[in-house]
Design a protein around this ligand. Structure first.
Ligand SMILES: *[C@@H]1O[C@H](CO)[C@@H](O)[C@H](O)[C@H]1NC(C)=O
Ligand SMILES: *[C@@H]1O[C@H](CO)[C@@H](O)[C@H](O)[C@H]1NC(C)=O
Ligand SMILES: *[C@@H]1O[C@H](CO)[C@@H](O)[C@H](O)[C@H]1NC(C)=O
Ligand SMILES: *[C@@H]1O[C@H](CO)[C@@H](O)[C@H](O)[C@H]1NC(C)=O
Ligand SMILES: *[C@@H]1O[C@H](CO)[C@@H](O)[C@H](O)[C@H]1NC(C)=O
Ligand SMILES: *[C@@H]1O[C@H](CO)[C@@H](O)[C@H](O)[C@H]1NC(C)=O
Ligand SMILES: *[C@@H]1O[C@H](CO)[C@@H](O)[C@H](O)[C@H]1NC(C)=O
Ligand SMILES: *[C@@H]1O[C@H](CO)[C@@H](O)[C@H](O)[C@H]1NC(C)=O
Length: 638
């Protein structure tokens, strides 16, 4: 019974996913920007790029590249092969770089180093001088032994944190403070079961730095092993930045502020949950409470979902919830509270942390009833930009990478996603290895196995055909101005909320304005004329620009639907008859905007019998070879 219900709702969700809204409106190509080709295919890469900087550091196998993002040139190719005595018989003797961080005024790089993790401090990294190694350290606990093992790292105020396995067989994976000014601290073994760490983030509190917390996002094995339960469960955990572990007597060098809670993403009413955390983007705000966590999940039935959480809600669960399995009076200070000297914490407080670190309450997304976005696309990465639009309000734009290397650009329209576009950055279908947003430069750096591509976030020329084209795009980066569809920094007309195009014809005071002198869209396209003999098959086609528009053919008083292919709206005539002559228009309609995309005129010809045959043959051949076979199957067999 339960299973039947679940399947029904899954089917419902998948059905809703197929609606028009969840198809990217435009299909775009950006294969032309600055790109860096590797000399060899990379199986793993990591990026380091400070916001607004000209430089992108890329760690691959046996090298660190320094790449100038403005001119697309390779500034430095720093070779980092395996060092020291190696036992490379079983593992390839490669140094796959897994960590690049700014750490204590230098660039800190770690790699697998042929199964003997090692770290290097690179310095200086100024102007056109090449880097040099100034120090080198044993890297166990910072870099994994093998690049396929789980690995995350983070630097905060001169301290380095990492979650990687200590052992080459992948065991002893946990989150530790591993180097720097504060003492090293690690986790109690029983706090997590087979975790996979997705991300860690430091949430600053400018007015209260002592209370700052580090959040870890991870999934782990579900303790509920009943057959209908998902084997995985997704969570967020916290530790205090100032935590230095317990006293010499109890919990020395162990986190005394560790708490974890379940991140819920699903439809609670139907008990349907997306349980496998895949990627995280933390959007920081001036007030830490307004910071948001964008979480990408996958599910056992191969759908993906994005849920959005507020930092205030996450903190409130850690500060107010009861502790799972602990019914006694909560000791003071409350377990999980940040204190200046963690070594002086009372035993009772630390005992709760040790034995009952899980919160009873769950963390729900801000849209409580359902995920913000559910899709049948197999997304693997998420990043989010905040854009100040023409009227000075701000809007969020999500960038999601598919497993085929496409980028979906999605407007966060209050509670609804609007899929602006799907961009192909390369003509190869490969998963994205790394992705880094630069909001200042309006660029997204996307790492593929064979290259790094740049997605230009504000390519307004893609919607430059008319004011309506620009408005319907609902792209917060772009607005319609006197010089066409231009970056929003130059002001202009937008209508992000509705996408209605009436704004194109209104004055500021709302009155209808005279239509522009030559609005390209309102002018009928030139008519293509063909002379076609009676009896031959013929077809008309017009290009589909927007997948959210409906297209149809008009002929005399007759309207017919398209035979739609991936990119064209076709009108098929199996054999020309008298009725088929005359004018045809391919008309698109989207929102409040109707436009003639293409116009044809078909005229009869009186050809001698032998010539007619020739025309027929050519026309028939063209038809059969290109479109008719697939299209006719649709026409005649449906
Ligand atoms: C970087 O240097 C290595 C050897 O030092 C070389 O094999 C590789 O082709 C270089 N990469 C590029 C992109 O020039
Ligand atoms: C950069 O290189 C050029 C030529 O190689 C040199 O003239 C210039 O002084 C260098 N700049 C710095 C800051 O080292
Ligand atoms: C999900 O995808 C995996 C791998 O592609 C496949 O083996 C599995 O059958 C799919 N499951 C469902 C419910 O479609
Ligand atoms: C939870 O805790 C926070 C911080 O201590 C507090 O401001 C808030 O009022 C509490 N919320 C609830 C629902 O008790
Ligand atoms: C989704 O993409 C990931 C990464 O490429 C891949 O490992 C996984 O098998 C894909 N899942 C499905 C259902 O195709
Ligand atoms: C892919 O694009 C590159 C240029 O970006 C081109 O050289 C190559 O021929 C293309 N490959 C295919 C299969 O279209
Ligand atoms: C956009 O169109 C305008 C005319 O409406 C033209 O002046 C401008 O150059 C175009 N911009 C781009 C980037 O194509
Ligand atoms: C700006 O426009 C958005 C919709 O596009 C609207 O929700 C918001 O209220 C507007 N803000 C101002 C200050 O007019």
């Amino acid at each position: 019974m339960k299973v039947k219900f679940a399947l029904f709702f899954i089917w419902n969700i998948l059905f809703s996913v197929c609606s028009l809204d969840h198809i990217p409106r435009l299909t775009l190509n950006q294969g032309d920007g600055n790109r860096l080709l590797y000399s060899q295919i990379q199986k793993h890469t990591v990026f380091f790029h400070p916001e607004g900087s000209d430089e992108l550091f890329v760690g691959g196998t046996d090298f660190v590249y320094r790449f100038n993002v403005d001119d697309g040139l390779l500034v430095e190719n720093f070779s980092l092969p395996t060092t020291g005595e190696q036992n490379c018989e079983e593992n390839p003797c490669e140094n796959v770089i897994t960590v690049i961080q700014q750490f204590q005024d230098s660039l800190f790089v770690c790699g697998t180093n042929g199964n003997k993790p090692q770290c290097w401090k690179l310095y200086p990294q100024v102007a056109n001088q090449s880097s040099e190694i100034i120090e080198s350290y044993e890297g166990t606990g910072i870099s994994p032994h093998v690049y396929t093992q789980n690995s995350i790292s983070l630097t905060i105020e001169g301290d380095l944190y990492a979650a990687v396995p200590l052992n080459s067989d992948g065991t002893s994976l946990q989150f530790r403070r591993k180097a720097g000014l504060r003492p090293n601290v690690w986790m109690y073994d029983r706090w997590m079961t087979e975790p996979t760490f997705i991300s860690a983030s430091w949430v600053k509190r400018d007015k209260d730095p002592e209370q700052e917390k580090i959040y870890m996002f991870f999934r782990e094995k579900n303790s509920d092993s009943s057959p209908e339960a998902d084997p995985w469960i997704s969570r967020v955990a916290q530790v205090c930045k100032v935590d230095e572990g317990g006293s010499k007597r109890f919990f020395q060098n162990m986190w005394t502020s560790f708490l974890k809670a379940r991140l819920v993403c699903g439809i609670p009413k139907e008990s349907l949950y997306f349980n496998r955390l895949q990627d995280i983007f933390v959007q920081h705000a001036d007030d830490w409470r307004d910071s948001r966590v964008y979480a990408l999940f996958t599910s056992s039935w191969n759908s993906t979902a994005v849920c959005i959480y507020s930092m205030a809600d996450i903190d409130s669960v850690f500060e107010n919830s009861s502790f799972k399995g602990f019914s006694e009076e909560i000791p003071k200070p409350r377990p999980g509270t940040c204190v200046p000297n963690s070594r002086a914490l009372p035993m009772a407080t630390i005992r709760v942390i040790k034995d009952h670190p899980e919160m009873s309450d769950w963390i729900h997304p801000i849209h409580r009833q359902a995920p913000f976005y559910i899709s049948s696309n197999n997304y693997t990465k998420i990043t989010v930009d905040r854009v100040t639009v023409a009227n000075e309000s701000t809007h969020n734009v999500l960038f999601l990478a598919t497993d085929h290397g496409m980028i979906h650009k999605i407007l966060e329209d209050d509670f609804k996603p609007f899929i602006i576009s799907e961009t192909h950055l390369t003509n190869l279908s490969a998963p994205v290895q790394s992705m880094k947003l630069d909001s200042t430069k309006r660029k997204l750096f996307v790492g593929f196995p064979e290259q790094i591509a740049q997605l230009d976030l504000q390519r307004c020329q893609d919607y430059n055909r008319s004011c309506e084209d620009c408005i319907l795009a609902r792209d917060p980066y772009c607005a319609w101005s006197q010089s066409g569809c231009t970056p929003v920094s130059q002001g202009g007309i937008q209508n992000l909320a509705g996408g209605k195009t009436d704004v194109c014809h209104k004055n500021n005071d709302g009155k209808k304005r005279k239509k522009r002198e030559t609005p390209s869209s309102s002018v009928d396209p030139p008519e293509a004329a063909y002379s076609v003999p009676l009896g031959v098959p013929f077809y008309l086609s017009c290009l589909i620009h927007s997948h959210h528009a409906s297209y149809r053919w008009e002929h005399n008083d007759h309207t017919s639907q398209c035979q739609q292919t991936e990119s064209d709206c076709l009108h098929l005539i199996t054999a020309m008859s008298e009725d088929n002559y005359g004018r045809y228009r391919c008309v698109s309609r989207e929102q409040d905007y109707t436009m003639i995309v293409k116009a044809y005129e078909l005229n009869p010809i009186q050809a001698p019998e032998n010539q007619k045959n020739a025309v027929t043959q050519v026309a028939a051949q063209r038809l059969v070879m290109t479109v008719l076979v697939p299209a006719l199957i649709a026409v005649f067999y449906h």
